[in-house]
Ligand binder design. Structure first.
Ligand SMILES: [Zn+2]
Length: 412
């Protein structure tokens, strides 16, 4: 099996680059790594840093493989939050055990290894830093980015992604560093229709990302597929008004967030340990894939909560446009067709598109609300409570935070 999976001679036929693929059709991204690996016991919720690339490479490799099999065209190296400053923030010890360089290099190797088992590309990613949130200078923030980007260049990754930025100023700084490598650059912010944390509109964020050098722009994380596509639409309109062109990208959550505030799902009281009742079904994701495609988005993937079966749903919805199906579809007859083989006749009766497209799934939680009240503290870059520091949170600090939370909630 192992040898069958590997490309016979990866050197013989160079892979098509990301921009060429986007010009010719649609590119399917991957899904959420840190959320999935947290559930499997390899990532700690809180810091969310990816030292698993060194500690448990087989777990990371397997998740890449699951996404490749589901139809992902891009393996994103697991470099999320892998800046030296994030690896040693608020009591996180990861940075004392492994260097940022080692974590990033291991991530690049794992992603490349699996990408070469198919026709996927490898991307290295930068994300927002505690350095920026601490109000430090452009130069200091770019030093953080430069260290990661050097590893991506040394490993000759195919393109670079700046993702999960809440402030357009910081993503501009990240794009500049990436652009200097000469590699294609994708840039996605974790914002909703209200724009970035400093009040810059989604349309203006897109314009500024393109002007900074991004070839592909859009959103990732923080909001559900439909809110994310609404934001991408605003970005598209902003670019059109400015007479600018770029490929569009969306990698939303696979959680429904109609009640989220400006900071998206991290404001929801269920974040991060009780979000399960909000999970999108595979059918929700097929709908998302179609809507994204019709909006003109050509890089379609997902972020937290997005599992391989969600990626497979994108690849199935866009099978005709792509002219191919994913390996995982071999085990998934379209629109529930496999249920025709079910023993129970009422389940066989569900083997249709009409059934699954019109289903309104029950949550099975009779005493729970379907919407929540988000926390909205309104703190952003420069606030004292966001400052980078390596010491752990003290009991006194925790008590103050918990009291503040109770007071904020009772005011609502
Ligand atoms: Zn995410």
């Amino acid at each position: 099996m192992e040898s069958k999976r590997r490309r016979k001679n990866p050197e013989a036929m160079p892979k098509k680059g990301i921009l060429e693929r986007l010009r010719d059709g649609v590119v399917i991204g991957d899904g959420g790594f840190v959320f999935q690996l947290e559930k499997r016991g390899y990532v700690k919720a809180g810091p969310w840093t990816p030292e698993a690339t060194c500690e448990n490479p087989e777990a990371v490799r397997q998740l890449h493989r699951d996404f490749l099999r589901a139809g992902s065209d891009v393996m994103q190296a697991l470099t999320f939050y892998a800046s030296d400053t994030k690896l040693e923030n608020r009591g996180n010890k990861a940075g004392q055990t492994f260097s940022g360089k080692a974590i990033n290099a291991a991530a690049c190797k794992l992603a490349r290894e699996v990408a070469d088992e198919g026709d996927a590309l490898v991307a290295g990613g930068l994300s927002q830093t505690p350095t920026y949130l601490s109000g430090r200078s452009k130069k200091e923030v770019q030093v953080d980015f430069q260290k990661q980007v050097q590893v991506f260049v040394d490993n000759n990754l195919d393109f670079l992604i700046c993702e999960y930025f809440e402030h357009v100023e910081e993503i501009e700084w990240a794009i500049e560093v990436c652009k200097a490598t000469g590699k294609p650059v994708a840039a996605t912010m974790c914002i909703g229709p209200e724009g970035d944390m400093h009040g810059v509109s989604a349309g203006d964020c897109a314009v500024r990302m393109v002007k900074a050098g991004a070839d592909i722009v859009g959103v990732n994380c923080h909001f559900d597929p439909s809110i994310s596509l609404h934001t991408v639409r605003l970005m598209k309109e902003g670019l059109e008004r400015a007479g600018l062109k770029a490929f569009l990208m969306s990698q939303p959550l696979a959680y429904h967030t109609p009640d989220a505030g400006k900071q998206g799902f991290i404001d929801l009281p269920e974040f991060p340990f009780a979000l399960e009742s909000r999970i999108c079904t595979r059918w929700d994701i097929q709908k998302y894939a179609r809507e994204a495609y019709e909006l003109g988005v050509r890089y379609i993937g997902g972020c937290c909560g997005f599992e391989p079966y969600h990626v497979r749903a994108i690849s199935e919805e866009l099978m005709k446009e792509r002219g191919k199906k994913s390996m995982a579809t071999e085990k998934h007859d379209l629109w529930g067709g496999g249920l025709l083989m079910h023993t129970k006749p009422w389940v066989r009766a569900r083997a249709s598109r009409e059934y699954w497209e019109n289903l309104r799934p029950g949550s099975g939680r009779p005493y729970c609300p379907s919407m929540s009240q988000p926390d909205e503290w309104g703190v952003t870059a420069g606030s004292q409570v966001l400052m980078q520091h390596s010491e752990a949170t003290t009991e006194k600090e925790f008590k103050e935070l918990a009291n503040h939370a109770v007071k904020t909630r009772s005011r609502k």
